[in-house]
Design a protein around this ligand. Structure first.
Ligand code: URA
Length: 433
C-alpha cells in the first residue's frame, strides 16, 4: 500500500477501508509516513470528510495506538465527562467533586489548553504542589480511597492523537467533525470509563461555531460510544460568551471554588448541575431531576467543597487554597481595565477573541512548547445583555511583565459589540440528547 494512493482516494472523495485507515494512522505514528503526506491526507479529509464507518475505524485505530486503561478494579459505574472546549470552561473543577460527593467515583483524565480554549490540567497546576501526573496505580488507588482523582493523560494514552492533533493544529484542519469526534472519543474510550457525558459547545468561543454542526458532532460521538458498548449523553451548550466571568488559570480555579461555596456565576452553576445530574443518571444513582436536587444539596452542605479539598490534598496541593484562594494561588498584581467606549448594551461577544486575548497575556500556549503563566487572565465584568456606561470596565486584565497587553486590548475591542437596545442573553444549556 502507498500513502500517495490513500491520499488520492480520499482527495477524490472515495471511501477508505479499515486497512487503509490503519495504514495511514499506524504508519504516521511509527514515523514511516512523513508529516507532509499526513498533512495532505488530513486536508483531503477536511474537504471530503470521513463517513460514520470510516470515523469508527479512525477512532478505533487511534484508541489502539497506545494503552487502553482497565478501571474495573474501581467498584461502581465510572462516568467520565468531556467538554469539546470553551473559553472560561472550568466545569470539571466543579462537576468532578460535586459528583464524587454524591458517591459516584470520578476517575478523570483531562487535557491541557488547546488553541483559544483552556485545559483542566493547566488550571489545576496553578494550585501550589498539585500533582497532575500520577502513576496508574496511584490514580486507581486515589479513586478507590477518596472517590476522585484528576490527572493528565498518561504518556502512552492515544499517542496517535498527540501527533495528529499537533499536525492538525499547524495545518488548519482542526475543525472537521469526523476528526474532532475521533480525537475526543479515542481518548475517552482509552481512559476506561463505562459511560460519558459529553459537553458539546457551539458559538463564537467553540471549535464548532454553528448549532447544527455541534449537533452533528454530538450525534457522531454518541454513535461512537454506542458502537463501543458505552452509555453516553450529550449536552449542547452555548459558548457565545465566556462561561462565568473568569478566563485564565488561577482566576478560573478561584471562580470554581466560589461556585463550590455557592457563590458562583449562574451559568457555570447551571451547566455544572446539568452535567453532574446526567452523570448521576448514567451511574444509575438518580434520575435527572432528583440528581439535580441531590447535587444542589451537596453544594449547600459544603460536601462538594470538602471533596475538592480532599482532591487537592490527595494530589499534593496546598489545601488552604479552599479557604484563601486569592492568597494561595499566584495572581498577577497588575490590573489593566478594558473600558466601554460608549454607553449601551452588550449585544455580541466574540468569545474566541476573549480566549486569544487571555492567551496573549500568557494564560495559554501559542506553541506547544510555550510555558503557561498561571497568574494572568481576564475577568469579564460585562456579559451578553448587560448594560454598560461609557468608561465603565467591561473586563479587567490581570497582567505580568511578559503579557502582550496591547494585543489583548485590541482583541477585546474587536470582540465586544455595544448596541443601543437590550437583547436577551442566551441560555447556557440549549439541548440534551
Ligand atoms: N478536543 C480534542 O481533544 N480534539 C479535537 O480535535 C478538538 C477538541
Amino acid at each position: 500500500m502507498r500513502a500517495y494512493d490513500v491520499i488520492l482516494k480520499k482527495r477524490n472523495g472515495e471511501k477508505l477501508s479499515r486497512e487503509e485507515i490503519e495504514f495511514m494512522v499506524g504508519g504516521y505514528v511509527k514515523g514511516e509516513i512523513p508529516d507532509y503526506q499526513m498533512a495532505a491526507f488530513l486536508m483531503a479529509v477536511y474537504f471530503r470528510h470521513l463517513d460514520e464507518e470510516e470515523t469508527y475505524y479512525f477512532t478505533e485505530t487511534m484508541m489502539r495506538s497506545g494503552e487502553v486503561l482497565d478501571l474495573s478494579e474501581i467498584p461502581g459505574t465510572k462516568v467520565d465527562k468531556h467538554s469539546t472546549g470553551g473559553v472560561g470552561d472550568k466545569t470539571t473543577l466543579v462537576v468532578a467533586p460535586l459528583v464524587a460527593s454524591a458517591g459516584v467515583p470520578v476517575a478523570k483524565m483531562s487535557g491541557r489548553a488547546l488553541g483559544h480554549t483552556g485545559g483542566t490540567i493547566d488550571k489545576l497546576e496553578s494550585i501550589p504542589g498539585f500533582r497532575t501526573e500520577l502513576s496508574l496505580e496511584e490514580f486507581i488507588k486515589n479513586v478507590k480511597k477518596y472517590g476522585i482523582a484528576i490527572v493528565g493523560q498518561t504518556g502512552n494514552l492515544v499517542p496517535a492523537d498527540k501527533k495528529i492533533y499537533a499536525l492538525r493544529d499547524a495545518t488548519a484542519t482542526v475543525d472537521e467533525i469526523s476528526l474532532i469526534a475521533s480525537s475526543i472519543m479515542s481518548k475517552k474510550l482509552a481512559g476506561g470509563s463505562d459511560a460519558f457525558v459529553l459537553d458539546v459547545k457551539f458559538g463564537t468561543g467553540a471549535f464548532m461555531k454553528g448549532f447544527e454542526d455541534a449537533k452533528k458532532l454530538a450525534f457522531l460521538m454518541l454513535r461512537i460510544a454506542q458502537q463501543h458498548g458505552k452509555k453516553a449523553v450529550a449536552v449542547l451548550s452555548n459558548m457565545d460568551q465566556p462561561l462565568g466571568k473568569a478566563v485564565g488559570n488561577s482566576l478560573e480555579v478561584i471562580e470554581a471554588i466560589e461556585t463550590l461555596k455557592g457563590n458562583g456565576p449562574e451559568d457555570l452553576k447551571e451547566l455544572s448541575l446539568t452535567l453532574g445530574a446526567l452523570m448521576l443518571e448514567l451511574a444509575g444513582v438518580a434520575d435527572f431531576e432528583e440528581g439535580k436536587k441531590i447535587l444542589q444539596e451537596k453544594l449547600e452542605t459544603g460536601e462538594a467543597l470538602d471533596k475538592f479539598r480532599l482532591l487537592v490534598k490527595a494530589q499534593g496541593g496546598n489545601e488552604r487554597v479552599v479557604d484563601d484562594p486569592w492568597r494561595v494561588l499566584p495572581v498577577a498584581e497588575q490590573v489593566v481595565e478594558f473600558s466601554a467606549a460608549r454607553e449601551g448594551f452588550v449585544s455580541k461577544i466574540d468569545a474566541e477573541k476573549v480566549g486569544i486575548a487571555s492567551m496573549m497575556l500568557g494564560a495559554g500556549r501559542k506553541k506547544k512548547e510555550d510555558r503557561i503563566d498561571h497568574s494572568v487572565g481576564i475577568i469579564v465584568e460585562k456579559k451578553l445583555g448587560d448594560s454598560v456606561k461609557k468608561g465603565e470596565a467591561i473586563a479587567r486584565l490581570f497582567v505580568s511583565d511578559r503579557s502582550d497587553v496591547e494585543s489583548a486590548l485590541k482583541l477585546l475591542k474587536e470582540a465586544y459589540v455595544i448596541s443601543d437596545s437590550p437583547s436577551e442573553p442566551p441560555r447556557v444549556v440549549e439541548e440534551v440528547i
